[in-house]
Design a protein around this ligand. Structure first.
Ligand SMILES: [Zn+2]
Ligand SMILES: [Zn+2]
Length: 559
């Protein structure tokens, strides 16, 4: 990496994504100018079979953590996990003021409390129309529509020009929650001149325009009006717009709403505290649902992605403390199936339908809309902002490329697709260029520590889970001759009920191998261990057709 990338100059703005480009999740973007940096968003992603035992992932912030004295602040666009969720986990690496809307600040406060960081973080509540300075950057929040209250784009102004960082956004004529996208302000910024637009690509493959939250509410009303028994709707816990819509649907259909699932209850209480839920809404506690007639209940619950510990998954296994669903009840899946979650969702749906519960998904009607701009929305946004450069973000590779082509077809001067870790130099006159690259890794929360996803711990854990583990203990004398029976034990290799004979045989092989260690190798414990390991590898390959991890421990006694 060049020194220049480490030290952004007076005449340039550097843009460096550490997470969020080439993926949907763990957003973490750095902007550098005049030797200083700011971070925009600091979010998480979720683990999968590649990360056994690790559920929460973050981008690796070491580029900026190694020079954290130059980081003037973190600015958060909105309160979704993929934008705000990592601040608590990465706090020791970052330690700088955080700037965000009052709603996002309330969500952050809860998270910091969970991370035992009460009072440690300088949390600055900022509002649209009130520009503020962070280091050499002048920043203004500009309201956009999204599924959570107080979502904002950022207008970041420097000597080089203004850059708009869109955050997650959509146009919505009936957003149910928060304000409309501030078209006048974006147009005014466009009139003054926007150097670059760093822009949401989630739906860049989708033709047309994204539907309104109001349409999703109407669709849910239509479905729920037809149902006579208990109804449960599952959606993302952070989708406050959907929650507001459902509360209205409950009121219109004579049902009492009950929020179920820890994250949903918390989000509901924050939304209620800040005035985003309808006034006078009376939520029912889950313990009391059983006392209401079935036709008067609307359960809103977590678990739209089939998460095994979620409220809906527990209900489907009939393990929920207070709630059950029976034949004739219905579950509405009011969320997109995130690719990779189909199996988990299918498992929950199979259990429910096996119990006679009716399933209602997107196939049955408009019961969900996205919070992100489709192709016509992106063009509508370009019309307002008229940027010289578009840099697609918040998308997988295919979304980024589709977004780039759309921007070029529209007539944007330059559309630049990059990957995490690439450093883009933006200057006053002329095109933006990739001027360097830094490490862009991922960290995983393993218990209460952060580990590298591509490091040895998870590499071993992945291997272990597919081939198992064998330990061998051998005792040798000063000359390197075996003086006790070798002991072989295994995990995930031999069936516990029958392993005795095979383990015995393995121990005989180990004895035999110890006899055959070449004289020159007997002085070294490491050489003895390696010789035995190879012999046992052959044994287990013959016996099982697999190559378990084999660890040989040599103890040398003084006789
Ligand atoms: Zn979002
Ligand atoms: Zn997002």
């Amino acid at each position: 990496m060049t020194d220049r990338s480490n030290d952004p100059g007076r005449d340039e703005v550097l843009f460096l994504p550490l997470g969020g480009i080439g993926e949907i999740g763990m957003n973490m973007y750095l902007y550098g100018h005049k030797g200083r940096w700011i971070m925009v968003d600091c979010g998480i992603s979720f683990g999968d079979e590649y990360t056994p035992g690790v559920d929460i992932l973050t981008a690796d912030p070491s580029f900026i953590a190694d020079q954290k004295g130059k980081l003037d602040g973190i600015v958060v666009t909105h309160a979704h996990e993929d934008h705000i969720g990592a601040i608590g986990y990465l706090w020791q690496e970052l330690e700088c003021p955080v700037y965000l809307s009052p709603f996002a600040a309330e969500v952050l406060d809860h998270k910091l409390n969970e991370n035992d960081l009460d009072g440690e973080v300088s949390v600055n509540r900022v509002n649209p129309g009130e520009p503020f300075r962070v280091g050499p950057f002048e920043i203004e929040l500009v309201p956009v529509c999204h599924s959570v209250p107080e979502a904002n784009a950022l207008a970041i102004t420097t000597d080089v020009g203004t850059i708009i960082h869109s955050g997650d956004f959509k146009f919505d004529s009936d957003p149910l929650v928060s304000r409309f996208l501030d078209e006048d302000r974006f147009r005014a910024l466009g009139n003054k001149g926007v150097k670059a637009l760093v822009c949401d690509s989630t739906n860049a493959l989708d033709e047309g325009a994204t539907g309104s939250e109001g349409d999703a509410k109407a669709g849910l009303l239509e479905q729920i009006s037809k149902l006579e028994n208990r109804v449960a709707v599952t959606c993302f816990s952070t989708n406050v717009a959907r929650l507001v819509g459902l509360l209205d649907v409950a009121a219109q259909t004579g049902r009492r709403p009950c929020l179920v699932g820890r994250s949903l209850v918390r989000m509901g209480s924050i939304a209620q505290k800040l005035g985003y839920l309808p006034k006078g809404v009376a939520l029912v506690n889950e313990e009391d649902v059983g006392f209401l007639p079935k036709s008067e209940v609307l359960i809103v619950c977590t678990g739209s992605q089939g998460e095994p510990m979620s409220a809906l998954a527990r209900i489907s296994r009939q393990e929920h403390r207070h709630l059950t669903l029976d034949s004739g009840d219905a579950v509405i899946f009011s969320a997109r199936e995130i690719p990779g979650n189909e199996t988990k969702i299918g498992r929950v749906q199979n259990r429910l339908s096996g119990q006679g519960v009716e399933l209602i998904t997107e196939k049955h009607g408009m019961i969900h809309v996205s919070g992100h701009p489709a192709r016509e929305d992106l063009k509508r946004f370009y019309d307002l902002v008229r940027p010289e450069i578009v840099i697609p973000m918040h998308g997988e590779t295919r979304h980024l490329l589709a977004h780039r082509d759309l921007a070029v077809d529209y007539g944007i001067d330059q559309a630049l697709t990059i990957r995490n870790g690439q450093i883009v130099g933006i200057v006053k006159d002329g095109p933006a260029k990739v001027i360097g690259e830094t490490h862009a890794g991922r960290l995983g929360l393993d218990g209460d520590r952060l580990i590298e996803i591509d490091g040895s711990i998870l590499r071993e854990r992945r291997k272990l889970s597919s081939v198992g583990f064998v330990t061998v203990f051998v005792v040798v004398n000063r000359k390197g001759e075996a003086v006790a029976d070798p002991v072989v034990s295994s995990v995930g290799v031999l069936d516990k009920a029958y392993e005795g004979d095979v383990a015995k045989e393995a121990e005989d092989w180990a004895w035999d191998a110890l006899d055959r260690v070449p004289n020159g190798d007997r002085t070294s414990d490491k050489d003895i261990a390696e010789f035995v390991r190879r012999a046992l590898r052959r044994f287990f390959l013959n016996e099982t057709g697999k190559k378990p991890i084999i660890e040989v421990n040599v103890t040398r006694v003084k006789r």
